[in-house]
Structures are given as structure tokens and as C-alpha cells.
Design a protein around this ligand. Sequence first.
Ligand code: SF4
Length: 298
Amino acid sequence: MNIYQGRLLRLFDPWRSPLCTCPVKYSLHPYTGCSHKCLYCYATAYIGLRESTPKKNFIENLRKELDKANRNIIVEMSTSSDPYPPIEDKLRLTRQTLKELFRRGFRVLITTKSSLVTRDLDLLSANRSAVMITITTLDKRLSEIIEPGAPPPSERLLALKELAKKGVPVGARVDPVIPFVNDDPAELSLLVEKLQEVGVKHVVTSTYKAKPDSYRRIVSALPELEDKLRNIYFKEKTYVSGYYYLSLDVRMKLLRPVVNLARKLGLSYATCREGLVTKEFFSARSCDGSHLLSYSSP
Ligand code: SF4
């Protein structure tokens, strides 16, 4: 198998997590950094907290790499930044990237938190693509605190609806679930219900794993939760590949409302880096939504 990697087109590396269940895929980032500035973002521990910045000569360099790459491997945009930050509206770098990829027959999985993805519906619906949109809460005010640079949840739901209506297979990431923040079981169930109503076929969920920088951002935005969060994350100290995990029973409790309702509604479901791979928590052919590509029509 040709597993060519370039400087831009890299095989996805889940930062060496032994719990990652992702299939082999390319990971592609037109931008460095992310203007969505989610408090819980893991990428900032590796690259710092930065605005989305287009990579220099990105399209020109990408073209050279794409000619050598394996077209049977799915390309995901993006795994540790967002391909649709606000600046993309003007720069259209992700749009150009999609054109280059589709022209060569690549299958593309988009993972984003932005409704701007619907601008590219013409390309996405005419090619092998699937879209995963992250929604962590239906509460606009909470979303403004924890994902201050991203569009409101209602816009993301509308984007999913529009994509599904035009035949683009869509899924949702309900992650991370953060204890005491967005873990209300009734609200999570309502969120999954809304996702199903707008046409989502697959849901993946996970709990927040603490890293020093993201943890600091969360407790400084929500200081009233500091004691409770410290207690639940650092009393037992379950440390896996650089992250503080909640105890297994707490993680199962937090994720059950999502997977239980997904099962009831006939959606495929999975967990991300939890080590929870039994039928109760994992029914899908892929965690990340790659399997949705087999439903794309072109
Ligand atoms: S959208 Fe993703 S990459 Fe961007 S800040 Fe939020 S979690 Fe990080």
C-alpha cells in the first residue's frame, strides 16, 4: 500500500493515543491555529492558542503532494484545527483545497464547528464527501463561553439540515462532554433528538480529558466550578498519554445519555478515545464518521 506522506498531507496521528479507534486517514490543515478558541481545545497544548492563519503557498505545495498521495485513503479536514474559521469566508482556501482534492478523486471527510461549510455545498454534494459538525450544547449562552469564536449551535443545526437535504451524509460530534458544564442528561438527550431531526446519521461522543492549558481556560471562565472539577479530575489522577481522564464509571455515566438515545433513534454511535468499545457505547463502523462516505452518492 502506498502510504506516501508529505509536509501538508500527513497520516493522522492521534498524538500517540493507544485508545484511538480512527481508521487510517490523511489529515489536512489549510490553516494553523484556530479562531474558534474553544476553551477545551486539545490542539493548543501542542501549537499554542492562535488565530487561524493560512499556511504559506498552501495550494501550490499541496498540488505537488496530492500527485504522489494514495487516493484510496480518506482525507479529513481537519483533525486539529477547523477548516472553516471566519477568515475562510474571505480567503476561500478550504474551498480551493476541496477543488484540488475532488479533481483527483479523493474522498473527503470534513470536521468543523462552522455553518460556513454550507457555502461549499455545490462541491460537497457533487463529490464523495461527508460532514461531521461538532455541537456540544444547545445553549447559546454556554456555547458563547466555551466556544467563543464559533457560530451558535442553532446555526450549526441548520447547516446539518441543509447538507442532509442536499444529500451530503452528515454526522455530529457531541464532544467533549465536560462534567458540571454541558453534562445535563436531559439536555444531552434533547441535543441528540434535534440532531436526528435534522438528518444526522452518526453521533460520536467523548468526555473532556484535562490538559493543563485547556483546564486553566475552563476554570478561569467558570471559576465557580474550580473545586468540583479539581476534585473529579485530579483526586485519583488517571493519566493516559498526556491527559487526565475521569474515572471509568464517571465517563460511562456522562456518555450514556448520548449513546442511549442515539441507539433508540436508530443512529450509529461511537465514543472517541474512551476505551469504550462494547456494543453499549460503540455501534458504528467508524468512530470519526469515515463510514458515512460510503453513503455519499456521486
Ligand atoms: S474548533 Fe476545534 S481546533 Fe478550533 S479551537 Fe475549537 S476544538 Fe480547537
